[in-house]
Ligand binder design. Structure first.
Ligand code: TNX
Length: 542
């Protein structure tokens, strides 16, 4: 059920007021001011609190709006004596801002005839207010080319704050490598829906994607392969820093994953001494899992892990190092525990919190540990036990949040081991009440992983990501009380025009009433006469 201030609605038609009710993820509270609207004009100014962080959000907004509008939109410091008007992004700790939320990511947006004011306690809050403002403008604001206005914002007030602190997506750049610009584009997709973590799956059997100075063959050898024999590739440390900085400018924390002790064939091919038998295995470009592992009883392995994680930690400002931990099928449970129990203190020794796939729950506790649940069932005793000992959980159930699952049996890309995941399946669950014995307070958040065994291009990425990523984003951001499939599918339908304007490929799910699509497609009427073949076969003139 929606909070009382969010009235039942219809988004049929394209009326201005309806736009206030199509924001996705659904905000905490929305109060329309009927008949009021703000016009963005060639004279509009963006005023910000004069801190570097708030100014950066103002510049980000200006850059989003300048191309489609063609307006100059100067970004200037907000002063006390300013006349109202234009767009103001104001940091506030004087009680005029949003009700304090535990993440500090909340904001209040007020649109009147004279201006739009976004207030927040942090620049992240201003940034999320800006994402909302973007959705209040007409869909053509997403176009990369100059469009004609009017550029209207519906009047009203939105008060908003996230439900969970961790709202993420994962991109597997190991099975297929994706160059920096493609990763930056993916980051922009996350930003639209107020996600704040990008998990990069940087290493796997098929490739090692981040340069490690102390172990150079990881990329000069291990970086040259990928699924199906493509050329692979890797990020230099400078390129990785560029990804981290681009994400940070969008208030997104990068979570690097070095998958250990399994999923390591590319590392073993690069350095045979790390293999259990000391012999480098051949490179691997297939899609099987679970066949590789580091030598658990060899001290060289722990020097390797320490030096690799040390370099990755030094490159990564965020608090987490993800150590994988999944599908180490060649190890005994005892050996697996020995390994994880040795690696966890290495992570904390480098000043980071351990994050890992939920298999690591069987190892001993580690302060600040985050366990990422990717199963398809709703109970896992080892996870329950780890939570009882203080671990937090990120929910990524395979049958709900996996962006590499097929939508339906006919989906040309993806896998189906966790089931088919259409949009409603991705949306209709509650991360706060999903796993038995894991109370909402122990849930740090949600993440949608995109594994790329079958995903090889940007349009493949987008086809699998849209529209499911917005569904997971809403679970991470919106209050549980706002959960409502009937309402969500209408708001989602209105995002389609934005993706089209932005050139984003998406799956036109039959569960969603996209504008221009009949809601209940009837049988195709039989043509009364064969279609006139006029232009098709007319011979070209002369
Ligand atoms: C399982 S999910 C894996 C990955 C695969 C994925 C394919 C997880 C932690 N491990 O290695 O890419 O299935 O859906």
């Amino acid at each position: 059920m929606r909070p009382a201030t969010f009235p039942p609605q219809s988004v049929e038609g394209t009326g201005l007021q309806s736009r206030l009710h199509t924001v996705l993820p659904a905000p905490l509270r929305v109060e329309p001011a009927d008949g009021v609207e703000f016009f963005l004009t060639p004279g509009t100014t963006i005023r910000t609190t004069p801190t570097p962080e708030a100014t950066a959000v103002g510049r980000y907004l200006a850059e989003l709006l300048r191309r489609p509008t063609g307006y100059p939109l100067p970004v200037v410091p907000a002063g006390r004596a300013d006349a109202p008007g234009g767009i103001s992004l104001l940091l506030t700790d004087d009680g005029t801002g949003p009700t304090p939320d535990s993440t500090g990511e909340g904001y209040v947006l007020e649109a009147t005839a004279s201006g739009v004011v976004i207030r927040a306690q942090t620049a992240a809050g201003l940034f999320y207010g800006v994402q909302t403002l973007r959705q209040l403008l007409p869909a053509k604001i997403e176009s990369g080319r100059r469009q004609t206005g009017p550029w209207t914002v519906p009047g009203g007030r939105i008060e908003d704050a996230p439900r969970f602190a961790y709202r993420g997506a994962m991109l597997d750049v190991a099975r297929h490598f994706f160059a920096v610009p493609h990763v930056l584009r993916f980051i922009d997709h996350l930003a639209r829906y107020k996600l704040n973590h990008l998990h990069l799956h940087l290493t796997d059997d098929q490739g090692w994607r981040i340069a490690i100075d102390s172990w150079p063959r990881l990329t000069t050898v291990g970086g040259t392969t990928e699924v199906d024999g493509g050329p692979g590739g890797y990020y230099t440390q400078e390129q990785y820093r560029e990804i981290v900085a681009y994400a940070a400018a969008r208030h997104i924390t990068v979570v690097p994953e070095i998958d250990l002790p399994g999923h390591t064939n590319a590392a073993l091919t690069s350095y045979g001494a790390l293999a259990p038998d000391g012999v480098a295995p051949p490179e691997y470009t297939g899609t099987d899992v679970g066949f590789s592992a580091l030598a658990v009883h060899n001290e060289l392995t722990y020097r390797f892990v320490d030096e690799v994680l040390g370099e990755v930690a030094a490159l990564t400002p965020g608090p987490y190092l993800h150590i994988g931990g999944d599908e180490a099928f060649t190890l005994s449970l005892d050996d697996y525990r020995v390994f994880v129990d040795r690696v966890q203190p290495i992570v904390t020794g480098h000043g980071k919190r351990v994050m890992g796939w939920h298999q690591i729950a069987v190892a001993g506790p580690s302060a600040g540990r985050v366990i990422q649940y990717w199963g398809t069932g709703e109970t896992d005793p080892a996870v329950t036990e780890a939570v009882a000992q203080g671990a937090q959980v990120v929910l990524s159930p395979g049958n709900r949040s996996y962006l590499d699952m097929k939508y339906d049996a006919g989906t040309p890309l993806g896998k189906d081991w966790a089931g088919l995941v259409e949009v409603r399946q991705a949306y209709d669950w509650d991360p706060g009440a999903y796993l038995a014995g894991v109370p909402a307070e122990a849930v740090l958040g949600v993440e949608a992983p995109l594994w790329t065994e079958t995903i090889a291009s940007v349009s493949d990425i987008e086809f699998m990501t849209f529209p499911r990523l917005p569904a997971i984003a809403e679970l991470g951001w919106s209050p549980a009380a706002a959960h409502d499939w009937a309402d969500f599918r209408l708001r989602l339908a209105r995002q389609g025009d934005r993706w089209s304007a932005a050139g984003i490929t998406f799956h036109r799910s039959p569960e969603v009433p996209w504008p221009g699509t009949p809601v209940v497609p009837g049988p195709r009427p039989a043509p009364a006469a064969p279609e006139a073949p006029a232009q098709a076969v007319a011979p070209a003139d002369g």
